[in-house]
Ligand binder design. Structure first.
Ligand code: THG
Length: 374
């Protein structure tokens, strides 16, 4: 039976919702209590189009938790174990948020406007409430709120060409994970080179709903000969790219080390972060690893076995059309990870061997060659 999502005021619409619907969104998910499109034509068709052209994504559901006030930097640094003391205006930081035990709360992109003004561009958990609670508990002089900002991502190899047509050459100067304030009509939008794909692109932090809708239309008018389409974060692309999804691949019961986010934890830095002491001491119990299953499978369940023993659980998986193999992420028992061990998963037709590897996938060393198109 086809399933439907009942849309109400709780599953909040965005300034782009009517356009997303007009473009034929076939499936949605709910993210931060807001609609996030998940499929337009099919996962695989959307995937190839993203890898070869340019797409416009309504990622309004990546809400901006805004922290302002004299203690803003103090609160943001309390929330994350990544050292922000050297952060510059306009820079973006991918960073875990963790509690006092080192467990993850979220994995936002943190954007610094000034010492007293920050955005946390969040994944799907209620970070605003956590921030408000910390501010109250620590007696901090800050305001924590959800800003009226609706990010629009423009992703794919032709994204830069499209944005230059609208904003001019200055977008070419924006470096990866940096941003610039760009004038658009009567407003200023923050434009960053970022996005939840590895196909290149930008995110426009739209701060005016009507102008945002106008921008959407202009992206489609100017992008016609670039074959622009509406799109959304794509399951296949993000697994190939090793991008993790909070709530699926990691959660409240995992530390950043267990998720392979080691490089975003500043263990050596002298920072006042809620989780840093726990993260210095706490041993990892599991580790998120990549799996390669060299055939097309339909998994019967998500367990990963070594011999007769269950050693992990698959958190995400997909057929990779580009590498002609099945890829997965698996949360594995840290004591059971060894290279060249014989692993298997259970498909609808029985046991199937799997190879284990570090994330992100290194396709060359795995002996996998990419097909450039269908
Ligand atoms: N854009 C914005 N907000 C977001 C996401 C986004 N919030 C939720 C979610 N996505 C956060 N998750 C990620 C994960 C990885 C990256 C971005 C967002 C990413 N990482 C770079 C990489 O893996 O190469 C490196 C980051 C760095 O070096 O700091 O792009 O997509 N606005």
């Amino acid at each position: 039976m086809p399933q439907e999502l009942l849309i109400s005021t709780r599953t909040r619409l965005t300034p782009f919702s009517s356009r997303v619907e007009d473009c034929g969104a076939k499936a949605y998910t709910v993210y931060n209590h807001m609609l996030l499109p998940a499929i337009f034509r099919s996962l695989e068709e959307d995937y190839w189009h993203l890898c070869e052209n340019v797409q416009v994504w309504d990622v309004s559901a990546q809400r901006q938790v805004e922290i302002t006030g004299p203690d803003a930097l103090k609160l943001v640094q309390l929330m994350t174990p990544r050292d922000l003391s050297q952060a510059k205006y306009g820079q973006c930081f991918y960073a875990p948020l963790c509690d006092e035990s080192g467990n993850m709360i979220n994995d936002p992109i943190i954007i610094k406007h000034s010492d007293e003004h920050w955005w946390l561009s969040i994944a799907d958990t209620d970070v605003m409430l956590w921030g408000m609670g910390l501010a109250t508990g620590f007696g901090l002089d800050v305001k924590v709120s959800e800003a009226d900002i609706w990010p629009l991502a423009v992703q794919g190899p032709k994204a830069e060409d499209l944005l230059v047509r609208i904003f001019g050459d200055e977008v070419r100067e924006i470096r990866f994970f940096h941003s610039k304030i760009i004038n658009y009509a009567a407003k200023e939008f923050l434009v960053a080179r970022s996005g939840w794909s590895k196909q290149g692109g930008f995110e426009i932090y739209v701060n005016d709903a009507e102008l945002g809708a106008q921008l959407w239309d202009e992206l489609f008018a100017q992008g016609e000969e670039l074959n622009v389409r509406a799109g959304c974060p794509n399951l296949i692309e993000r697994i190939e790219s090793g991008l993790l999804s909070f709530g699926g691949d990691m959660g409240y019961d995992t530390t950043p080390f267990e998720c392979g986010l080691d490089k975003y934890v500043s263990l050596e830095a002298d920072i006042e972060s809620l989780s840093i002491d726990a993260l210095r001491k706490r041993p990892a119990k599991t580790r998120l690893m990549g799996l390669v299953i060299d055939r097309q499978v339909k998994l019967k369940d998500l367990r990963l076995f070594s011999g007769g023993r269950e050693i992990g659980v698959i958190t995400s998986n997909t057929w990779s059309p580009k590498y002609r193999t099945h890829l997965a992420f698996a949360k594995c028992d840290i004591n059971c990870i060894a290279e060249r061990q014989e692993l298997h998963v259970i498909s609808s037709t029985g046991e199937v061997p799997a190879r284990i590897t570090e994330l992100p996938f290194n396709f060359e060393s795995l002996g996998l060659k990419s097909l450039n198109s269908k």
